[in-house]
Design a protein around this ligand. Structure first.
Ligand code: AMP
Length: 397
């Protein structure tokens, strides 16, 4: 269980409270196309409003890289938040984030009111954890709440630096929930415990594989990264994704799994094609005998069956990364099958953000999972066993 101070441990009545949220939502033509991250922030905001706090919200959106990019303004989020909260959320429209508008609004606020600052990444100091922005943000409030799990793996001004200049710093309910779900699953799982990893690269998941082999009973590897493992075992993988530099590592992980008694499952068949396109001609191939001019782009029917059977009796399952090039419908069946399998399980099912979360939501299985993390990168770093900088700066209870 998370042992950090939370919004339940403080008294915010009459105080200005700066809340770092993760409002990094997709916006198209000024319209928010997925508001999951906004709704996920509501419990903390509602609690602070109910307690009479003067709530100052801040967040980043996209990657403006320290410049003002109007298409990455948080203005649409303020409008949607007003609707969801049923009360006005004033947008402090300062390009420098903490400017005349934010300062005036913060000074005039009454208990229970809410304002939203502009995209913190409009300031170059944000991603450098710069002192100036940290101090500017802290000048608006005496209490700080970090509820941005999606950026908790980054030490930025609004996620870490700011805590040095406020009286109190705590985590919000979303952060608490994310960490408790992921933490309990990894440290004290109801067994059997399985992890399913996919996505393109072994290199981006090496530490996750290594750490999970210490914890799980079953480790399933699919997606593009699976081919490096198949090649390491002597298979012919054609033009499939390969990371030559990780062949030895893949062999070591297979050996480690054997030593630890972990059942490590790799694909046995796959869907092959010459190109990534919905018009491509496809065939099913054994994963270790792919013709030289073809590549494996999804797991095959035998593998789907094998992966399904492997998790059938599991009581805890964590999934991160697609089983194939799921953006192209022709190569999405494996990913869809895993989403469907987890939706039907009578187990704690945790989806580690990013592509797997998108797939689960698109297929309408969102409410069938125990927990869908709002942070892809953050949940991966958590699964690597690292302490997240945005959590490390919060005091223990
Ligand atoms: P990652 O960012 O490492 O989690 O990987 C996600 C990406 O992996 C998605 O964009 C998928 O299209 C891609 N991917 C999954 N399986 C394969 C594959 N067999 N070949 C190429 N790319 C893949």
């Amino acid at each position: 269980m998370l042992n950090k101070k939370t919004v339940d441990d403080i008294n915010v009545k009459g105080k200005n409270v700066l809340v770092r949220c993760d409002f990094n939502v997709p916006v198209k033509d000024g319209v928010i196309t997925d508001e999951t991250r906004i709704t996920a922030a509501l419990p903390t905001i509602r609690k602070l409003v109910a307690d009479g706090g003067r709530v100052i919200l801040c967040s980043h959106m996209g990657k403006p890289k320290g410049q003002v990019k109007k298409e990455l303004s948080l203005a649409p989020v303020a409008d949607r938040l007003s609707e969801l909260l049923g009360q006005p959320v004033k947008f402090a429209c300062d390009d420098e984030v903490v400017g005349v508008n934010a300062k005036a609004a913060a000074a005039e606020m009454k208990d229970g009111e809410v304002i939203l600052l502009e995209n913190t990444r409009f300031r170059p100091e944000e991603e450098k954890n710069g002192e100036n922005l940290s101090k500017d943000l802290a000048s608006l409030a005496s209490v700080y709440v970090n509820d941005a799990f999606g950026t908790a793996h980054r030490a930025h001004a609004s996620t870490a630096g700011v805590t040095s200049y406020v009286d109190e710093a705590v985590v919000g309910y979303l952060m608490e929930k994310e960490i408790n779900f992921l933490g309990n699953a990894v440290d004290d799982p109801v067994r059997p415990f399985a992890a399913i990893l996919g996505g393109s690269k072994v290199s981006s998941k090496i530490s996750v594989i290594n750490n999970l082999l210490e914890k799980v009973d079953v480790l399933i590897i699919g997606g593009g990264m699976g081919y490096t493992f198949v090649k390491a075992a002597g298979g012919s993988i054609g033009k499939s994704l390969l990371e030559e530099d990780y062949l030895e590592y893949a062999s070591e992980m297979v050996k480690k799994a054997e030593e630890k008694g972990v059942k490590l499952l790799l694909p046995v068949d796959c869907i092959i094609a010459s190109e990534i396109s919905d018009d491509a001609e496809t065939a099913v191939s054994p994963v270790n005998a792919i013709p030289d001019d073809k590549m494996g782009l999804d797991i095959g029917p035998e593998t789907i069956k094998m992966f399904r059977d492997a998790v059938k009796d599991c009581r805890t399952v964590i999934w991160n990364g697609p089983m194939g090039v799921f953006e192209t419908p022709k190569f999405a069946k494996g990913t869809e099958a895993i989403a469907e399998t987890l939706a039907e399980l009578d187990a704690t099912t945790i989806i580690g953000g990013g592509d797997s979360a998108a797939a689960v939501n698109q297929l309408g299985f969102g409410d069938k999972m125990s927990h869908i993390s709002t942070g892809g990168g953050a949940s991966l770093e958590f699964l690597e066993g690292k302490e997240l900088p945005g959590v490390a700066v919060i005091a223990e209870k």
